[in-house]
Each structure stands twice: as C-alpha cells, then as structure tokens.
Write a protein of this length. Structure first.
Length: 242
C-alpha cells in the first residue's frame, strides 16, 4: 500500500461500530418509506465549510443509495459526521424517496435548478445507483454548459462500461474515482483518483505519482480552475482522512 508522510491529525478519523452505522442508515430508510414522494421536491444543499454556498450539491442516503460501500461504510465521513443531524436525515430521505418513486422527475428537478448555478457537485452522500442514473448525469452536464459539475464515484464499472462503449465526457463534467483501503478499482481510462491519507501516512492502493493535497475549499479551487476541477488523467487528489 502506498504511503504519504504522516499527518498531524488535524481532523479526527474514527470508524464507528457497524450497529451504529446500520442504525443511522435504517433511520433514513424508514423516513424515506414514510414519505409521499408525489408531494416532495428535490432539495439541494447549499454548502458546508468545505464546499461553501458557491458549490451546491445533491445527496442521497449513504449506505442505502451506495452499491459499493463495503470497504468504506464504517469510516464514511458523511455517515459519521453529517447524517447525525435530523434535518440532514430528512433531506437525504426526501431526495431518495423521489429517486426511488419518480426517477424522471428527480433528474428534471435537478436540471431545472442547475441552470442558475456555476458549479455543482453530485453526492456528498449517496452514489450512482445505476447505468441509467449515470447517463442522466452526463446528459445534464451536456445540456448545461454554463455549469461545471464534479462527481466522485466508487461505481467504477458503470463509468468504465460507458467509456468502453465510446462515451465521451463533456468538458464541464469532472469525474474522479474514489479510492479507499481495501477497495478494488479498475481504471483502464486513467481517470483522476482521490484517496484519503490516514494519520500513519497510508493511502489507497491506486494513487499515482502525480499527486497533490486537497486545499479543503471546493469553491476556491473551482474559481481558480485548479484541484479536482482541473485534475487530468493520471492525477491523484489526496485529502486528510477525517
């Protein structure tokens, strides 16, 4: 496994017990099942300390709307540190309910909202749930050339299959494969990779020599056209595990 110099531990990384994580996921699923999706609308999150209001995002239920999370679930930042709040749980359940009950409207409402944005991130929590979902991500980017889109994904097979079939990424869609300890990743198209760096300096197994640390401000990088928004083939973005 690749290593990086040991970090200061500025952010605390602690894996939760499986029963704690599973209970948190189940609570959001239970909320989702109690909702009438026909009366809901997709809600975007307008920033946190890292993304700021300049980079809104849409999220689903981590762990439930993630199909490749066995390696990272117990250490998932979103599950541990974001989905502990009742309002966040309700928002994730809201969006997940619409996706599961009316997928066309889910994407239509996102499309309508990103028309007014300069930057947008898919999934601070949740994932690509299908090949069909991914095709909508690409389509929205193509139809909204005035907005820059960022997506981190562990659904490598979906993206690889689409590229293998001749799919071409629009220039305003920035796709980064997310690495993790113990994660199996096929990356034949040499897409950029992101990886945590744990306190002892260990990283995911798929980092490259072209690596740089995340400055931890998505908005500043977006405005400057650097970092994840500019990462090219063979690049690795590192961030402190937190």
């Amino acid at each position: 496994m690749a290593t990086h110099k040991a970090l200061t531990g500025r952010h605390q990384y602690v894996e939760f017990k499986p029963e704690t994580i599973d209970a948190r996921i189940q609570k959001m699923v239970d909320i989702r099942e109690s909702l009438d999706a026909s009366k809901l609308h997709v809600k975007l999150s307008y920033g946190n300390r890292k993304t700021t209001a300049l980079v809104p995002s849409v999220s689903l239920i981590p762990g439930a709307d993630c199909l490749n999370c066995n390696a990272c679930k117990l250490g998932c930042y979103d599950l541990r540190n974001v989905c502990c709040y009742n309002e966040t749980q309700k928002m994730r359940a809201n969006n997940s309910a619409i996706l599961h009950n009316d997928m066309e409207r889910y994407f239509h409402e996102i499309y309508c909202q990103v028309q007014f944005l300069r930057y947008f991130r898919w999934h601070c929590g949740g994932e690509l749930t299908s090949f069909w979902y991914w095709e909508h991500v690409v389509d929205i980017a193509k139809r909204t050339p005035t907005c820059e889109f960022l997506i981190f994904t562990k659904m490598f097979g979906i993206v690889n299959h689409w590229l293998d079939k001749g799919g071409e990424l629009p220039s305003n869609l920035h796709v980064i494969f997310s690495d993790w300890k113990g994660m199996k990743m096929d990356n034949p198209h040499n897409l950029p990779v992101s990886s945590p760096v744990w306190k002892d300096g260990t990283m995911g197994a798929h980092v490259t020599e072209k690596r740089f640390m995340c400055p931890s401000n998505c908005a500043e990088c977006a405005e400057a056209g650097k970092g994840c928004w500019k990462a090219g083939k063979g690049d690795t973005i590192l961030f402190e595990a937190h």
